[in-house]
Design a protein around this ligand. Structure first.
Ligand SMILES: [Zn+2]
Ligand SMILES: [Zn+2]
Length: 638
């Protein structure tokens, strides 16, 4: 008999050899119908896997992220079969999942074009309708190598496999693929799918290898979820920050500086508003701010370890017969500031922030508007403390981070904790103390998080913050990183309570990451319709005819005196054209004025994205607008 422990702690006795699928059936019909795979003792397996002895079993459905991934990966096999049946000379390479979908790399001389997608989808649908089971067979590595002799891609996959047992999956009808699994029980469970795009990709990302075709697809449990996803993609295209950046005159790029953004006057207003807010929050949380040079002697980078580990991404220059590097990170400069005076435990925790301009070389192919640039301003800070202060400091950073995200209207967060990797420096004791401090801080804030076991940097564990925007896209923004290496490399010390010199704990942290990238995310999140406090032009006065120009100018001056960013459209166009232009620029408020308003010291307010208009006194408008700015309100209505 096998004793099965379920996720809720209850146990069940089944005879040895019972499959996970049969177990699901025993638990209940609903679960059995929803089941796509299982986790036996923490390992994902097919539903056909037998259960033996005492085991912990979790039935996986499409509600679990693992279930969704298994469905998408299975769909990659179905797409591969479809492609092979249309182009029989296709050589398959590999087909992993990506966020919201999957791809399959194929080696095929004939280019697959978007017009072919429908044909591929039709073939896939046939395979899904046939509802054939995914059947696993296993063999030894040498047998598998013999079986696939001559197929350079699949034999390479076998060489990269970490198991001695090599598995194949057939999906009925003679189609078989090397894969470690698991998969759906049958092709009929593949959900609603779509072939999305095709792009060139080198084998193993190596430009000296043959260019393959990477065919992307997406799949979702229901048709409605697929439609929602496609609608979000469509919306994302309309919100593309590169497009809106040009349209709203916020920033640009030029060949003269590939990957270096030119921030325009309106973009700088948004930038400075974020900086002002960022400074006020950091002041509240007890940070000091410093500024360190962007060019520093090469020797410093040898000392920091960047020369050995990061040289390929750095820019260099030389003058006065010496060699210098342009900083990719701010910490070494900070260490020099730390060393200018003696420090005592009494000063700790010491929180030092810097809006540091860093340069990191990226290959030209990966650059993407403000999202991937070679020069950016990092909202950096470092905390020096003693080990017992790690936990409260982490709690403080979490609170500050969430406060800042919420101010921009982000409410959906996702946290990941990365722990000690195999290759690491520092004692097990300091790793345990710090990892526990990170865990306790997250527990203290009742935050759910994902653990990436062994994924920390060699010099310390870390927490990453991800946010979801209004299109449900996930962005990694903030990070908290403990560092056991740099304080030692730079010989940083403090005098402890017992009068001995000790090495401080150093915490690196960033909340927004890169200002450039964050502004890019904001442009897409808001679709260019910025909340009032961030809008480059918060209101524009629109006189209905030339006769009201003087009153319009007087209104504009009053708003400016009230420290609102206000424009005035004195062009000789019709009012309709003026409104249309202001609308196109996504201005929060349009203040239409004519003789009636001039006679009563009022303005007729049109609110962005609203049909309604409202007449209010100038003073009242200023008061309302200012209170919305002070509260960082997203909603403009009043
Ligand atoms: Zn597979
Ligand atoms: Zn740092």
């Amino acid at each position: 008999m096998a004793k099965v422990t379920l996720p809720d702690g209850s146990t069940l006795e089944v005879s040895d050899g019972t499959t996970a699928g049969q177990l699901a059936e025993r638990i209940g019909q609903g679960l059995s119908k929803a089941a796509v795979a299982a986790k036996i003792n923490g390992q994902l397996v097919d539903l056909s896997t037998p259960i033996n002895g005492d085991t912990a079993v979790q039935i996986i459905t499409l509600k679990d992220s693992e279930g969704l991934e298994i469905m998408r990966h299975s769909c990659a096999h179905i797409m591969a079969e479809a492609i092979c049946s249309i182009w029989p000379t296709t050589k398959l390479v590999y087909g992993p999942t990506v966020e919201d979908g999957f791809y399959y790399d194929v080696d095929l001389d004939e280019p697959i074009r978007p017009v072919d997608f429908e044909r591929i989808e039709e073939k896939m649908l046939e395979i899904v309708k046939a509802d054939r089971p995914f059947v696993r067979t296993e063999m030894s590595r040498s047998e598998a190598l013999e079986k696939l002799a001559g197929d350079k891609y699949k034999t390479d996959n076998i060489r990269h496999a970490d198991s001695e047992v090599i598995s194949f999956y057939s999906q009925g009808d003679g189609f078989e693929d090397l894969c470690r699994g698991p998969h759906l029980p049958s092709t009929g469970r593949a959900g609603s799918f779509k072939v999305m795009s095709v792009a060139g990709a080198y084998w193993h990302g190596d430009p000296t290898q043959k260019m393959l075709q990477r065919v992307y697809g997406t799949s979702w449990p229901t048709k409605k979820e697929l439609d929602d996803y496609l609608r979000r993609l469509d919306e994302a295209k309309k919100r593309d920050h590169r497009l809106l950046g040009r349209q709203l005159d916020l920033f640009s790029f030029d060949e003269a500086g590939p990957g270096f953004a030119f921030i325009h006057a309106k973009g700088m207003i948004i930038w400075n508003e974020i900086v002002d807010y960022w400074r006020s929050v950091h002041d509240k949380y007890g940070y000091q701010e410093i500024k360190t040079p962007i060019i520093l002697n090469e020797q410093l980078w040898h000392k920091s370890g960047h020369w050995d580990n990061y040289k390929e991404n750095m820019y260099f220059t030389s003058f006065d017969g010496a060699s210098y590097a342009i900083k990719p990170m701010n910490c070494p400069g900070l260490c020099l500031v730390y060393k200018t005076t003696k420090h005592s435990y009494r000063e700790f925790p010491m929180r030092v922030a810097e809006l540091g301009l860093v340069h990191r070389h990226e290959v030209s192919g990966v650059m993407h508007g403000l999202f991937r640039v070679r020069q950016f301003t990092q909202d950096d800070a470092h905390i020096f403390c003693v080990p017992s202060q790690i936990e409260p400091e982490i709690i403080g950073v979490i609170e500050l981070t969430f406060e800042i995200y919420r101010a921009f209207g982000f409410e959906d967060f996702h946290i990941e904790l990365s722990t000690k990797p195999e290759k690491h420096i520092g004692s097990d004791e300091i790793w345990d103390v710090s990892t526990d401090a990170l865990k306790n801080a997250l527990a203290h804030k009742a935050i759910e998080y994902k653990i990436n076991e062994g994924d920390g940097a060699f010099y310390g564990p870390k927490i990453d913050f991800h946010i979801r925007d209004c299109l449900k896209r996930s962005w990694q923004l903030g990070t908290i990183q403990l560092d056991f290496s740099m304080p030692q490399r730079f010989g940083l010390v403090y005098t402890d309570r017992d009068n001995t010199e000790k090495t401080p704990v150093m915490i690196h942290r960033a909340v927004l990451g890169s200002f450039e990238r964050f502004i890019g995310i904001l442009i897409e999140h808001y679709g260019g319709s910025f909340p009032l406090w961030l809008s480059p032009e918060q209101a524009r006065v629109l006189p209905i005819s030339e006769k009201s120009n003087d009153y319009a100018k007087a209104v504009q001056n009053k708003l400016k005196d009230g420290r609102l960013r206000c424009g005035c459209d004195l062009s000789d166009e019709k009012i309709g054209a003026k409104i249309a232009r202001a609308h196109g620029e996504k201005l929060p408020y349009m203040l239409v004025v004519g003789p009636k308003e001039a006679g009563s010291d009022t303005v007729n307010v049109r609110i962005r994205a609203s049909e309604e208009t409202k007449t209010v006194g100038i003073g009242e408008f200023i008061t309302i607008a200012k209170s919305k700015i002070a509260d960082k309100k997203i909603d403009l209505a009043f």
